[in-house]
Design a protein around this ligand. Structure first.
Ligand code: FAD
Length: 470
């Protein structure tokens, strides 16, 4: 029996037509699925509007029937943000996937929210322009989801998070009205920044329908290296050295624990070990330049020689071909998949000031080992941004279910240390429902009061993505 009031499906069907709505169990099953299996979607209806007007009218119809809407992009989020309950309607933006304009004088792209991230990157590349947001899910996630979660990814150290890459938005508000904030302006100090309010709001304040994005000159040169480093502290010193040596030419700087590296090269097909050296810590560094005459290979060789000479690295290799570069990135990006072969994994997407990363790793590993003897730390991540995916694989002898039952207690231990170091319990994945209670625990009373006040002001009836963030 449907949990939705009579008539609402008819009204939505009339508005959206057969392509714009589904109650098909198979279609719903894929959109109700949540990748980590921590939450179960229960939506009985999904909408696929094809225009901003259809989104706005769908929202108005649902509002009239007092039904909540959960916006959904590529459903690759890590915090259960795009998961709907039984009396809620899923609204997926995938049919709104047009690249509306690429402007090679303003260096902007204006796109619909359902455009896949990789499609945007490719379209910009055809104009010899770069949209630098890049992450493992880029073939599936949508730009609307990227902006709604303020996604980070691999190139934040150089270009910033999704927030820094967005100039303007069009948003459907909870009452069905449309705020047109599309803009190519680089400077606009006219009051509260509404754009930034919707970015990172995870669909709790409005449904992003279009965006104007910042573009950059396409890199002409790339140089990528894999290094063995003695410790995380050396990795941080190496980062500082590399920033100065290259004039902030670093596009990515990733730290990878020995365990994470070993799992990738062991379990994933076709990958080769970059170095013969066995080490507890690895660094992947990539330099890029848009200047035609730059010689990044020589710059990187100089940097690595210097690093080895002063003891910040013990071994290093530079990719000599695109194939070798792809191998290095596949090792890094394959870690979450490879970890699945070693049983249960308890994960933390956290950040601290870059200089505190060694303290975080040291204290976190000690505390986790005291809580769950035999636990196997598997940290890796965007250390250039102070962002560690502080994952822990289960002890070898433990049952997976017993281990995963410790998820919250381990989270508390790690999050306490993160908070003590002035860090964030969610670096780039957002809050969703996974970290909602943790946010309330670690945020100040003043911050929580402001978050609730903003939600109540823009969505007084809590009809947009209720139960997420606050
Ligand atoms: P969804 O998962 O569909 O939704 C995420 C949230 O945004 C939900 O709350 C949803 O309600 C809301 N939302 C979606 N679309 C809209 C819209 N149009 N308007 C308003 N709200 C909306 N994230 C990173 O930040 N950095 C990484 O490096 C990274 N790597 C990843 C690697 C892999 C292999 C995977 C699977 C995920 C990774 N992620 C990463 C997480 C995820 O890809 C990002 O959070 C992504 O930005 C989510 O986009 P999506 O379209 O899939 O959104």
């Amino acid at each position: 029996m449907s949990h939705l009031p009579d008539g609402v499906i008819d009204e939505l069907q009339t508005l959206l037509g057969p392509k714009g709505i589904s109650t098909d169990a198979d279609i719903l099953a894929s959109h109700n699925a949540e990748a980590r299996g921590k939450f179960e979607g229960k939506a009985e209806i999904i909408l696929f509007p094809a225009s901003t007007e259809e989104v706005a009218k769908s929202v108005a119809i649902c509002a009239a029937h007092d039904i909540a809407i959960v916006p959904q992009g590529g459903n690759t989020g890590r915090c259960g943000g795009a998961v709907a309950g039984p009396r809620q309607v899923l609204l997926n933006l995938k049919r709104m996937n047009r690249i509306i304009e690429i402007d090679d004088r303003d260096f902007t792209a204006t796109v619909e929210a359902g455009a896949i991230l990789q499609t945007i990157q490719d379209a910009c590349a055809k104009h010899d322009l770069l949209f630098p947001l890049s992450l493992g899910a880029e073939g599936t996630c949508q730009i609307g989801g990227n902006l709604a979660t303020n996604a980070g990814g691999l190139n934040v150290i150089r270009y910033g998070n999704a927030r820094e890459l967005c100039l303007g938005l069009e948003v459907v508000l909870p009452d069905g009205s449309i705020w047109n904030g599309l803009s190519k302006l680089r400077k606009d100090n006219t009051g509260y920044d509404l754009r930034d309010l919707f970015i990172g709001a995870e669909g709790t304040l409005g449904i992003i329908t279009k965006a104007t994005l910042k573009l950059f000159a396409q890199p002409q040169h790339v140089a990528t290296a894999w290094l063995a480093v003695p410790s995380p502290a050396c990795a941080i010193d190496l980062l500082a050295l590399a920033r100065r040596h290259t004039g902030d030419g670093i596009a990515a700087f990733e730290l990878i624990s020995g365990f994470a590296h070993d799992m990738s090269v062991t379990y994933l097909k076709g990958l080769t070990r970059p170095l013969a050296t066995q080490t507890d810590w690895h660094v992947l560094i990539e330099l890029t330049s848009s200047r035609p005459n730059d010689d990044l290979q020589t710059l990187l060789v100089d940097l690595l020689s210097n690093a080895v000479e002063i003891g910040l690295a013990t071994d290093a290799t530079i990719a000599q071909s695109e194939k070798q570069r792809a191998n290095l990135w596949a090792i890094r990006e394959g870690i979450p998949e490879a970890q699945g072969f070693e049983g249960g994994s308890i994960k933390h997407d956290v950040s601290v000031p870059v200089s505190k990363v060694p303290d975080l790793l040291d204290r976190g590993i000690t505390a986790a080992s005291a809580l769950i003897p035999g636990i196997r730390p598997c940290p890796f991540g965007h250390v250039g941004d102070g962002n560690i995916h502080f994952n822990f694989s289960q002890p070898v002898q433990m049952e997976k279910s017993d281990y995963l039952a410790r998820w919250e207690s381990l989270n508390s231990v790690i999050h306490d240390i993160v908070a003590d170091l002035g860090g964030s319990i969610s670096a780039e994945h957002g809050i969703g429902q996974l970290k909602r209670d943790e946010l309330a625990r670690y945020a100040s009373a003043e911050k929580m009061k402001l978050l609730h006040a903003i939600k109540d002001a823009i969505d007084p009836d809590h009809r947009l993505n209720p139960g997420k963030i606050v």
